[in-house]
Design a binder for this molecule. Structure first.
Ligand SMILES: *Cc1c(COP(=O)(O)O)cnc(C)c1O
Length: 364
């Protein structure tokens, strides 16, 4: 049996470091916004290559605060894609703004700059390119258009910790970038956690205020804010895991390369790594016109697969008002054809071969 993923293996591989960090926090008697959070924020900013990092409670909250800190809200439109975690769209709505969807490219599966340009209106204030599955969107083209129309660029890096665009880590290209540390992400906490990264000191200051009731000093709200803090325990665990991130991403890339070399690429097509990208393979997403048969075939052989995401946002009940069916054809086709294969740093190479062998059997 080869499960789609297995988080227990990772814990076992770093158990003593994790257990020590946990005990350190328990013994400190300090649980919210303290030295571990501050240290993690500094270490993560340095890792990404940005000036500021502010820890928050989730990736969704990171997006929500980034949008609010940019002064975007009611009456404003923000453009993003329909093949993303619904969080990207719900964060836009949490901030009171209106989501507008554009299509994605068939090769990278990320935001299509031409489609983005075609849905800009007088009310558009920002674009959220999602670096989906671990690969950067076409940032030069997107940022070029955004600058032309004076739109803010909010990078959704929730699936792309450590991924690079033209040799530079994502999270440093837009005005602000948002990360999730949901347990299954490339850098995952043992609960909910997220962060905002930016080089803009004023924006960072505003996010910090928004994160805790608008307080600069305790019990005095300078602006109206919310409560979305990163806790000390998650920060301490994330510090441990950050030290392993590059090695884990390299292990993901090694396994992805193996899949791509071993798959016959007849009816099952491997994902494409764009020339500009260093992909970190949060997910290894193949495409096949006979996807449902393939998934059933692999399930019979006890190989776990998943579909991220089975229904584009505008075809889900809550969001059908955003765009009519048929209007975002690339995203809609992808939803019918994508299949994520098992991929995580601890996945045995023999299991990669076994999955590839099963797909070759399917192809023959
Ligand atoms: C996971 C994810 C989010 C949301 O992060 P949470 O921490 O679960 O709130 C946002 N965008 C994308 C692309 C994601 O994958």
């Amino acid at each position: 049996m080869i499960p789609f993923f297995d988080l227990k293996k990772q814990y076992i591989s770093i158990q003593s470091q994790i257990d020590n960090a946990t005990r350190r926090v328990y013994a400190s008697g300090w649980f919210i916004l303290g030295p571990e959070t501050e240290a993690f924020e500094n270490e993560f900013a340095q890792y990404i290559g940005a000036q500021h990092c502010i820890g928050v409670n989730s990736g969704t909250d990171a997006l929500h605060l980034a949008i609010r800190a940019l002064g975007i809200g009611a009456g404003d439109e923000i453009i993003t894609v329909p093949n993303t975690a619904v969080a990207t769209v719900s964060a836009i709505e949490m901030a009171g703004a209106t989501p507008v969807l554009c299509d994605v490219r068939a090769d990278s599966m990320t935001l299509d700059a031409d489609s983005f340009a075609s849905v800009i209106t007088e009310r558009t204030r920002a674009v959220i390119p999602v670096h989906l599955f671990g690969q950067a969107a076409e940032l030069d083209a997107i940022i070029g258009i955004a600058r032309q129309y004076k739109l803010a660029v909010i990078e959704d890096c929730a699936q792309a910790h450590g991924a690079k665009y033209q040799g530079q880590r994502v999270g440093t290209f837009g005005d602000v970038a948002c990360f999730s540390f949901y347990p299954t992400k490339n850098l995952g906490a043992y609960g909910d956690a997220g962060a905002i990264v930016t080089n803009d000191a004023r924006l960072a200051d505003k996010v910090k205020l928004l994160r805790q009731y608008g307080w600069r000093a305790r019990y005095e709200s300078e602006i109206s804010g919310v409560n979305t803090r990163l806790d000390e325990l998650q920060a301490a665990l994330l510090r441990v895991k950050l030290g392993h991130l590059d090695a884990w991403n390299a292990a993901r890339r090694e396994r992805a390369t193996m899949y791509t070399e071993l798959l016959p690429n007849k009816r099952v097509h491997p994902p494409i790594e764009m020339p500009y990208a260093e992909h970190v393979f949060h997910l290894y997403v193949a495409q096949s016109e006979v996807r449902d048969y393939l998934a059933a075939f692999l399930k019979e052989r006890e190989i776990g697969t998943a579909i991220q995401y089975p229904t584009p946002i505008h075809l889900q009940p809550a969001y059908q008002h955003l765009a009519p069916e048929g209007s975002l054809p690339v995203s809609e086709k992808l939803a019918r054809e994508i299949l994520s294969l098992p991929l995580y740093p601890e996945l045995a190479l023999s299991d990669v071969r076994a999955v590839a062998d099963a797909i070759r059997e399917f192809e023959s």
